[in-house]
Design a protein around this ligand. Structure first.
Ligand SMILES: Cc1cc2nc3c(=O)[nH]c(=O)nc-3n(C[C@H](O)[C@H](O)[C@H](O)COP(=O)(O)O)c2cc1C
Length: 176
């Protein structure tokens, strides 16, 4: 499978098979992909808390305020991505260049993680609608919770949706 194939088949899964657990080796492969992601100054300013069972249910609830993300209750795994401090060089670079490399790095590692999940036949949904304080308490975290990723097998028959994206003319410009 090429990366483009994965990019075309990955989609936000909002219908999980609650009765089908995710194999340990698949979870580890997905985490390895996240581990291999590039980051500014190789700082890797993130941590992954893998929640299953009761912890996953609690995290799902903490992502479901105001009626959002209710589908996540069926996901057997919830991966919490929290922020960790920069290393020294990334901290200096971020300050001098006034650039939030941590958020960029978290986005990249999350992209790697969700791409590998897709290649393993699993569904994911990246969720930014979350209750930071509640999830910190559940996972015993000091760093800010930036994203939660619901992970599990899609429900039988969950269709691949048509991608809605800006067209190339709007998205890209070429310069010589
Ligand atoms: C940073 C971020 C936060 C997101 N938060 C949520 C969320 O809280 N709930 C949700 O259902 N989808 C969420 N999404 C998924 C987007 O809605 C989705 O990626 C986008 O509409 C494109 O659809 P696709 O992922 O199916 O290709 C989030 C995606 C990203 C990258």
């Amino acid at each position: 499978m090429s990366f483009l194939d994965i990019a075309k088949s990955r989609q936000s899964c909002r219908a999980y098979d609650a009765n089908r657990p995710v194999e340990e080796e698949k979870i580890m492969a997905i985490l390895e992909a996240a581990q291999l992601a590039p980051s500014a100054c190789n700082s890797q300013p993130y941590h992954f808390s893998v929640c299953r069972g009761e912890a996953a249910k609690k995290v799902s609830k903490a992502c479901s305020g105001m009626g959002m993300n209710k589908f996540s209750a069926d996901a057997p795994v919830m991966i919490v991505v929290s922020e960790m401090p920069y290393n020294r060089t990334a901290a200096i670079g971020a300050k001098l260049k006034a650039n939030d490399y941590r958020s960029i790095d978290i986005g990249i590692t999350t992209a790697y993680l969700t791409a590998e999940a897709d290649s393993q036949g699993l569904g994911t949904c990246i969720m930014g609608w979350l209750d930071d304080a509640k999830i910190r308490e559940i996972c015993n975290l000091d760093g800010a919770v930036r994203l939660v990723i619901a992970l599990g097998y899609p429900k039988e028959g969950d269709p691949l949706r048509k991608k809605v994206r800006k067209d190339m003319a709007e998205l890209v410009s070429f310069h010589n």
